[in-house]
Design a protein around this ligand. Sequence first.
Ligand code: G6P
Length: 611
Amino acid sequence: MCGIVGYTGSKEAYPIIIKGLKRLEYRGYDSTGVALLNHGLKVYKKKGKVAELEDALVGQDLHANIGIGHTRWATHGEPSDRNAHPHTSSSGKLAMIHNGIIENYTKLKNELIKNGYFFHSDTDTEVLLNFIEDIKINNNCSLEEAIRVALKRVVGAYVILMIDADDPETIIAARKGSPLVIGIGKGEHFLGSDASPMLEYTKEVVYVNDYELAIVKPGELILKNLGNEKITPFVQKLDIELAAIEKGGYDHFMLKEINEQPDTIFDCLRGRLDADKGTITMAGVGNNIEKFCTASRIIIIACGTSWHAGLVAEYIIEELCRIPVEVEYASEFRYRNPVVHPGDVIVAISQSGETADTLVAIEKAKEKGAFIFGIVNVVGSSIARTSHAGAYTHAGPEIGVASTKTFTAQLAVLTMVALKIAKEKATINEERYMHLLKELHDTPDKVREVLKLSGHIKSLAKKYKDARDFLYLGRGYNFPVALEGALKLKEISYIHAEGYPAAEMKHGPIALVDESLPVVFVATKDSYHEKVVSNMQEIKARKGKVVSVITEGDEMSVSLSNDVMIVPAADEIVAPMLSVVPLQLLAYYIGVLKGCDVDKPRNLAKSVTVE
Ligand code: G6P
């Protein structure tokens, strides 16, 4: 994980780097550091968020036209000043920032220690840096050559940025497995983990590929492979606006993103769904429809919230398409010896498109001949590029670390994919197909209605914020929503919360129920509803506090609940896009009331590029 920024040109580097790092804090925020070149190398770093380093540096002479900066999510070595990046080489001339993990660093470190090197941090990064410097000195070669030689011996994932006090205009970067974007300006270049640090300066970017090295000077960008052959950079146009990554008047990105959902779901459907004509246009599915229709099974691979979206899709695809679906945690799938056949379709779901476990799982399935379909939010990301085909969620940049709008956008895409396959396979009748298209079409407006509950949910947050634990229950399509509700609360407020299938509750979690336990039921009207109502009775009988998300007009559930959050009626296939919204708001308001940093919860990161 970690966010990296670099600049070389005629502007002041420090403000560009600091602003860029703030935008990349979603990638980690344990410590921050900047290295500048101005008549020598200057490194400033500190445990804590970017703003803390910025405060500490007020009044310093930070003039420089070249620099690199880092915001860290700790892997090797606790968050501390000395483990913060950039690291400086033994000679004091080279500085490096790194996003990723060097797996064979212990071996390299022992070799270097034998050769007389000392280390000032516990990081794998300092090892790689000195390994490179050692090669540079011993082989009497350029830094570029030394990096190339070193990287051939390195096992792991990385993006590195290096500067050299003896070459005060150049940043050298290299990538394998972690993202790197280079922005092209007039006589200047910007580097970043994503394009957000460069949005106001340029719209022309190059996405660097694995095993590529970039030699970046103000007026020149050279890309090479590790065999020292030049590669022509593929310049792409960015279509993100600056406003999309700003808070737009909201207190937090999370609240802004929750409130954006009517628009993001609409954007996701726009140009694809025509409910009047009864068409769904998705080239990635349409061009590969045979593969989907003849698939012996669909394996969904994802992590976190995206995995929850995958679980909802399991219910939808099996119901509508009659294709067996398995939903896998990417991290588990990749480490066992999974049975994957060439006839299998893998659907990889990822907001960031950079999650390391998901990426490696995809590679593994690809090797076994499976067809990979990616559902990704970040355009041009690694998963988007490595998939055979796919569909973007078009939710725009999501900055809050806890996913919200991308979950509902993933559900919208997955529902369209399922409907398209079902139509082609004729596993759905025309009436139901047209009905579901209309239901999808109406979803943005219904989500807008749900958002009107905001004030009410804020008052519920006040009432329940001091609970020590929460239980979230749901059945069928709403079971994954219960998991997602519990995850949101845990992430944002640090309250222990468990999601469970409502019926399974009697095999264990029911032992937790007493008068102090809020039990959140996701109980919208669907084919499981009567059964869920029985589960509510069971909680009520044991004096648990029933808080439920229900459909308007459901008087029975009202009578059984201590508190309700009422959403508009919707078909069960699209209902999760509505029922999750009150749970996002509940987690948000409880987190705010408890004084938590809801956009940057402790220990988390948005884009998990380590395995
Ligand atoms: C992290 C984030 C989660 C996200 C998960 C998967 O844990 O904090 O919000 O759901 O990664 O990320 P992806 O980008 O692959 O959806």
